[in-house]
Design a protein around this ligand. Structure first.
Ligand code: AMP
Length: 396
């Protein structure tokens, strides 16, 4: 795997695909700078080598049209502040404007191009557009994990114009290594904790992961489809009746593959889907009508903890309860604490995929696990055994 460390950027223009798709408030101020900060090490490496950096990104979903609200000009000052260099801005990502700005760029300087997605050719993966972008730089760096599962012009198509002058940035390289560490080279026992709302959104991950793990912990809303399929009463809990057969099939496959599946045995049930609802702990297969399971119960959490503490490699995707409501967050916090302890004892822990990252941040676990993946969809797809288009393009 070629990374940015394999190149010397002296007198070179590095064309870097970053993910600056950051949230903006109504006055166009950046409200979460983590994606900009995440790209900083790669940008600094180029500058410190004595080269210049041309940054390209998308912002929002302008659907191929110029939309001033989604202009990257809004974030130029913030990027300058974080990088520590006054960043120049080109009002277009291709054409004269971009060409002139790129060719006049001096070593030590940084140029930010306008939103790539103002051109429909970006998302359609247009080769001519990719070629125009490619003409702006000498070496191509991809450091945008969030779009690693998309075959867009700037993320993958462009790579073919840089035969041996392309590499992964630090962020992307770290993401790839972390996923590899779980999915390919993880020290045993390997445990996956899958939660979240629905079986249907996790099914491809579950199927793929059964070949890699020793233990599979299932929690959250997914639980009830499994429990009902096995003949339990789940009351008004979230349940996908049309996925019950699939749930039984997964359990059968797991058994055949020697994977130990751990489902909740008790749950915190509520009489409404709200924080102030009345609650009671009940056994998972006997939830009364009018009640729904919204968090894991104490015995379940004990069981989960024991499995987690006995693991050397841990993957966590999806909360085990409705953590957004304080009264149903205890299970997710408890799982996080157990992963923290296991990590302190030497396990490698990876958290990733949409809501688990939100949960991890909300409860301050981000520094307690080994790695938090920032690429929601990309992370999930790489757990679904797909070789991400970006990775294929750079390895090509
Ligand atoms: P996902 O995006 O599939 O990881 O799902 C995350 C969502 O699942 C979160 O918003 C949780 O509130 C929700 N969730 C977790 N446990 C439950 C449950 N027992 N009932 C309903 N929703 C749940």
């Amino acid at each position: 795997m070629r990374t940015i460390d394999d190149f010397d950027f002296e007198n070179k223009k590095a064309l870097i695909r970053v993910d600056f798709n950051v949230p903006l408030d109504s006055e166009f101020h950046v409200t979460d700078t983590s994606r900009i900060e995440a790209a900083k090490p790669s940008i600094l490496k180029v500058l410190e080598d004595g080269g210049s950096a041309i940054l390209m990104s998308h912002l929002g979903r302008p659907k191929g049209k110029n939309n001033p609200e989604m202009s990257l000009a809004h974030i130029c000052e913030k990027v300058s502040e974080i990088i520590g260099v006054q960043v120049k801005f080109a009002k277009d990502s291709v054409g004269d404007e971009a060409g002139k700005a790129a060719s006049s760029l001096e070593n030590g300087e940084v140029l930010l191009l306008e939103n790539l997605r103002f051109h429909p050719e970006e998302e359609s993966g247009d080769e001519a557009f990719a070629k125009q972008l490619a003409a702006l730089g000498d070496i191509y760096i991809n450091d945008a994990f969030g779009t690693a599962h998309r075959a867009h012009a700037s993320t993958t198509i462009i790579a073919k114009f840089f035969t041996d002058r392309k590499c992964f940035g630090y962020l992307l390289a770290k993401e790839i290594k972390a996923i590899e560490k779980v999915m390919q080279t993880g020290e045993k026992p390997v445990t996956a904790i899958l939660g979240g709302a629905k079986v249907s959104s996790k099914i491809t991950i579950i199927e793929n992961i059964l070949d890699k793990v020793d233990h599979l912990i299932i929690g959250g809303g997914m639980t009830y489809t499994f429990v009902k399929a096995q003949g339990g009463s789940v009351g008004d809990s979230i349940c996908e009746d049309d996925k019950m057969e699939l749930a039984l099939e997964i359990l059968k496959q797991a058994e055949a593959k020697g994977v130990q599946v751990h489902l909740p045995v008790d749950v915190l049930a509520a009489d409404a889907f709200e924080n102030a609802a009345n609650t009671q702990f009940v056994s998972v297969g006997s939830i009364p009508k009018g009640w729904q399971g919204l968090d894991a119960g104490p015995q379940t959490l004990e069981n989960f903890k024991e499995v987690i503490l006995g693991s050397k490699t841990i993957l966590w995707n999806g909360p085990v309860g409705v953590f957004e409501m304080e009264n149903f967050a205890k299970g997710t916090i408890s799982v996080g604490n157990a992963i923290d302890e296991a990590t302190q004892n030497g396990a490698f822990s990876l958290v990733g995929g949409g809501d688990s990252v939100a949960a991890v941040k909300q409860f301050g676990f981000q520094n307690k696990v080994s790695y938090v993946s920032t690429g929601g969809g990309a992370m999930l797809e790489s757990l679904e055994v797909r070789t991400l288009p970006v990775i294929a393009a750079i390895f090509d």
